[in-house]
Design a protein around this ligand. Sequence first.
Ligand SMILES: *Cc1c(COP(=O)(O)O)cnc(C)c1O
Length: 437
Amino acid sequence: MLYYNIKTPSEVVPLERAVIDGVSEDGGLYMPQSIVRLPQAFVRNMGHMTLHEIAYAIANFAFQCDIEASVLRDIVRQTLNFDIPLHRVDDNHYVLELFHGPTMAFKDVGARFMAHLLHYYRSLHHQWPTIHVLVATSGDTGAAVANSFVGVPGVHIHVLYPHEALSYVQEAQFATLGDNVTALEVNGTFDDCKRLVSKAFVDPELNDALHMTSATSVNVARILPQTFYYFYAIAMLSRQGVDVSDVVFAVPSANLGNLTSGLMARAMGLPVKRFVSVENENNIFYNYIKTGYFIAKDSVASIAPALDAGNPTNMPRVMELLGNYSEIRRMIHAYTYNDEMIVDTIRDTDHRHGYLLDPHSAFAWQGLCDDLRPGEVGVSLATAHPAKFATTVEHATGREVPMPPQLLRYLKGTRRVTPINNGYTTFKRYLLQYAHG
Ligand SMILES: *Cc1c(COP(=O)(O)O)cnc(C)c1O
């Protein structure tokens, strides 16, 4: 299977290139040339399969011959070494908990898969120079990527994050790892961090000196594995005897990576009635659905920091997958809420159902509740564990949120941080130390 560059469709590359480059030289995102439709018999029988069996079958179809079956089986097993439970709230409303991985956020699925895939490619090409993964983070991405790639030989992770903008646990999740992970504390904002990384990717001198790639959801290796849990959700519903012909999925959206994976799962033959995409006040996609105009903005901070994206990077993939504006409007209903409304949602859901939602998951849940029609079944994707945002959740519910051992262990580690200013020259000089290494 080959992957084409959306910006320059005549440029096609094998999976390996798409993964190690992240984006194409002109900044275009890669897409599979064709999306394999899974046999309907497979979809009908999923109810009898485990998460690993489903994920492996999909990976095998999607990567047709690109990767040996036994290697894929290992990658799937190593990626998904945690549960993805489906929590039933009532007959029509379900929550898919994607936050039981090592950093307790859904990005663990995509980041771990990508890390294992890169590890495999490295083992085939010992002569490759070190691959430098640059990530700008406002919290979750840095943690998921760093924890997935720590210890992978031939890869170095550089996490850029804004000085004093992250919670102590969030910073500890990557700054205590050491080894091949460097935490760069930038004296500036999250937008400064993103600017430094984007500039580095297109800097010819740096590109000559080192191999850099992105592990955000621009990388296809992050998007493909996220299709697994959409299939698994439907499998769990049918196992419980639920009619799965009218299922609606609700997603908390920032860069639209999760939504893109859902659309891809549908293109592969998963029965989905529609998607509900929910944003905070960084509502670029919502405005696009309402007006037909896609207008990027500077991001504003919220109680759900991973949703603070002012220029959703996967928009070109959403367009490729659905083709035109009217089809996008038909398949995706968009909602936007402010922080106050979401604090109410967290409180209400706790009081009425005894269920704790983190702020990100609460956005999706509210959208699902507002969109679902009688008789439909809805699955809301919960993307972070409530303990990651304990202050907000405790303030909303008046309940104490215990810190899970997975998060506590980071607090015991030693933080190692490299402070830099927000100037590009400093960052470039820092990266050039690694030239020819
Ligand atoms: C990254 C993230 C999102 C947004 O996902 P996209 O793929 O960028 O739309 C939502 N919730 C959490 C907790 C996240 O970390």
